[in-house]
Design a protein around this ligand. Sequence first.
Ligand code: PEP
Ligand code: MG
Length: 531
Amino acid sequence: MRIDPEQLNQLLRPVFDLAEKKNAIKGARLIAKGLNAGPGAACGKVVFNADDAVEWVKRGETVILVRIETSPEDISGMDAAVGILTARGGMTSHAALVARQMGKVCVAGCGALGINYSAREMKVKEHIIKEGDYISIDGTTGEVISGKISTRPSEILQVIVQKSLDPEKSDMYKLFRKLMKWADKRRRLKIRTNADQGDQAITALAFGAEGIGLCRTEHMFFGEGKIEAMREMILAETAEDRKVALSKLLPLQKKDFTEIFRVMKGFPVTIRTLDPPLHEFLPHQEEEIEKLAGIMGVGAEKVKAKIEELKEVNPMLGLRGCRLGIVYPEITRMQARAIFEAACSVQKEGIEVHPEIMIPLVGNVNELKQQAEVVRLAAKEVMENYKEVVKYTVGTMIELPRAALTADKIAEVAEFFSFGTNDLTQTTYGLSRDDAGKFLDHYYEKGILKEDPFQTVDQEGVGELMKIGVRKGRSVRKGLKIGICGEHGGESKSVEFCDRIGLDYVSCSPFRVPIARLAAAQAAVKAKKKK
Ligand code: PEP
Ligand code: MG
C-alpha cells in the first residue's frame, strides 16, 4: 500500500542518469514541457519525418522523431525511433496511444514547439533545434531537454521482454516478482491488455495480462504495405471497388487474428470491428497519394477529389465506429469472416479460442442489433464451412453518453460492455481528445481542473455515466461482463474507481499491466478495509 503504482514506471522503462539530468536543468537546458504520454527516458538525434527515422537508424543512429502530430504514415518511423515528440495532440491522440502500445517514450502536445518541416528545424522559445541535434525527452514528466543525457535500461525489461538477463541474477526483478505475487493474491479485477500485434500481446502476457480487452483492428493495418489496402477500401468509389479492396484485406486480417489467437492461448480476445477516424487514415502526403493512385489504377487527381469529398468538419463525430459498418456492412462481414476463419483454424490446431466481437461507438441499440446480426450471420457461415463450433460473444463499447443512459436497452442485445472512456470523456465534456492539450494548461493554472480528464477518469461526470451504465446494463442482464478499455484502464486512480463500481476487468497498454495489477490489489485492500 505504500507504493504508488505509477512509480513502477521507473522500473519498467529506461530512466535518465539523475545527476546528468539535474545538471542539464540547472544549465537551463529544459526548453519545453508537453504531456507525459509515454513514460520513460529517451535521448537521440532529432529527425522530422518517418522515412528519415528509419534511414538514420539503419545507419546506426539513435533518433527522436519530432512531428507536429502523427498519423499511420509515421508508424515505421515511430517504431524505429527511441522516442516521439509531438507539438499537437492530447493523451489519447494517435501519437500517445500508439507510442504507449509500442512501449515507446513519448511527449505529446508540446505546444511550444515551432516545427518547420521544410527547414528541418524547430524553434522553441529562443532555441533553434536542427535536424541531427541531440535532444532528451522525459515521457514520465513531459520534459524536453536540449542536448544529451545518458539513459539506463530497465532491468525488469531486460529479464521479461528482451530476455537478455537471467531472472535469478537480478535482485530488482526478484523484488518486482514478489510484489506482483502479493498484488495478484489480493486483486479482484482481472487485467487485460490493449494489443493489436502479436509482439504486443507477447509482451503483455509476460507482464501478466489475462486477455486482450481491445484489439483495434484498424491499427492492424499500420504495418508496411498494409495501409494501402485499408485506404483503398476507404476511398473506393463503388461497391465493386470496395469488394476488391476487402478481398485484399481479408487474408491480412485472418493472418493477424490467427497469430493473436495462437499467442493468447485460450485467454479471451476482444476484437473490435473497424473504427478508423477518417482523418487519421487518409493519405496526407503527395507521394502517398500518388502511390495509392497507382495501386488503385486511377489518377492522383481522382484520389485527391475523393479525399476532399470524405473530409469531415468533425471527424471524431463523423463516419466512425459502427457507422462505417452500417453504411458499408460488407466491411463488418469481411472482418467477422476473418475472425471466425482464424478462430476455427486455430481451434482445429487444438488451441482454445475465446473471441469476443465488440461493436464501437454505439449510441442506439438498433445500431448494435444491425451489426450483431451481420457478425452472427458471418460466424454461422464460416463455422458451417469449417465444420467447427467456436464459442463467442458479441458486445459493445459504451463510449457515448447515450449508450450509458440507455444501457438497459443495449444490454438486451450486448453480451458484454467495455467502457471506451477516451471517447466517453471526449463526448461527455465536449472536449476534443486531439486538441484539448493546447488549452488545458490554462485550466490547471486557474484551478478549474486539477487533472487531465483523458488521463484519470472524471469520476463526477464521466464516472457517473459509467455507474448508470453498469446499473442499467446489469438490471437487464444479470452478471453482465463489463470492462474498460479506454486509456484510463491503466491509471491507478481510475483502476480503483473501476473496482469500486464493480467492473470485471480493466484493459490497458502492455507496459501498464503491472501498474494495473498493483492498483487493482490496492483497490481491493481499500475496499476490504471500508467493509
Ligand atoms: C475509447 O474511446 O476509449 C477507446 C478505447 O476507443 P479509441 O481510443 O480507439 O477511440
Ligand atoms: Mg473510442
